[in-house]
Design a protein around this ligand. Structure first.
Ligand code: FES
Ligand SMILES: [Fe+2]
Length: 307
């Protein structure tokens, strides 16, 4: 799957991973996650012995243990125990590919790229680290039948609002609009002349809609494979910053948010061919400026890696 490498990617809501190994498909790759001693590990969900799914196994001594013949693999991918060999110990070739993982802001992130000595910090919207924000009861997760770039681009598109959302957030909006963009590194901010809101993307796949200083909608576009995307949506609010009442406000946001997502989904999953690329024949216009930025960002970083 074509993805800009050497970046942190959100792959799961951290609460989805309990004490047992969890197998998921991400980046068109089967992955197994497991917890041990406060850390999260991630490996290819395929035992190198005879390719059984490690996620069907257990965690023993901090290692994911294959359900088929009991081989164990640590967070670095080394085989630490090979029962048929007894005292002889595992061979050095018996390794499984692993990825660096972080658990931050309630998400699990993997470093998609070469392993290295040290890693850059997790990119995030610093404002959301300030006290008073509540979001936990607001979570929505959906799987859409389309490429993740289509889901991301839809969240950078102001001009669909009066049409796709004409019965909800786009009601009565003037369709004539000037769209502006500003960017720095992997971060894009975009706004429109007919709306108060600001949209921000931390490429590749983390987005927020900043509705003033007290309400934000955060959305993540998680690539599963070329035709499938998992999305996580959260409603951050500090209008009501107290427990329970504030949590109730978050919980109530789920229904309108899910309704709006449904309006998007119907149209976005109709776009073909699925992956969004520059010069693919689509006739982009001036108001597509944020979408052009995103396509350029991907192309630029993909090219840099090849050279
Ligand atoms: S297939 Fe995993 S130990 Fe044999
Ligand atoms: Fe939309």
């Amino acid at each position: 799957m074509q993805l800009v490498a050497d970046r942190w990617y959100i792959v799961l809501d951290a609460d989805e991973l309990g004490t047992k190994p969890l197998g998921v498909r991400r980046h068109d790759t089967p992955l197994v996650f497991w917890r041990h001693a406060g850390a999260v590990h991630c490996a290819r969900d395929q035992c190198p012995h005879r390719w059984a799914r490690l996620s069907l196994g257990t965690v023993e001594d901090g290692c994911v243990t294959c359900p088929f013949h009991g081989f164990r693999f640590d967070g670095g991918g080394e085989c630490t125990h090979m029962p048929p060999d007894g005292e002889g110990g595992p061979s050095r070739q018996m390794t499984v590919q692993t990825w660096e993982v972080r658990e931050e802001h309630g998400f699990l992130w993997i470093w998609w790229g070469e392993r290295r000595e040290s890693y850059p910090p997790i990119p995030w919207f610093e404002e959301l680290d300030e006290p008073g924000w509540r979001w936990r009861w607001s979570r929505i997760a959906e799987t859409w039948d389309t490429h993740w770039t289509r889901v991301a681009e839809n969240q950078l598109d102001f001009t669909h609002l009066p049409f796709v959302h004409r019965t909800s957030i786009g009601r009565g909006l003037d369709p004539t609009v000037q769209v502006s963009v500003e960017s720095e590194g992997d971060r894009l901010t975009t706004w429109a002349s007919n709306q108060e809101t600001r949209l921000e993307l931390i490429a590749p796949n983390l987005w927020r809609n900043r509705l003033g200083g007290k309400v934000n909608i955060v959305m993540v576009f998680v690539p599963i494979d070329e035709q499938t995307t998992h999305t996580y949506v959260r409603f951050y609010q500090r209008l009501v910053p107290v427990p329970l009442l504030g949590d109730l406000v978050c919980w109530l946001s789920k229904w309108p948010n899910a309704f709006i997502l449904g309006q998007d989904r119907r149209v976005v999953t109709s776009q073909e061919p699925a992956p969004a690329r520059l010069r693919n024949g689509e006739q982009l216009v001036k108001s597509d400026a944020p979408i052009i930025w995103f396509r350029r960002w991907q192309e630029t970083h993909a090219t840099q890696e090849e050279s």
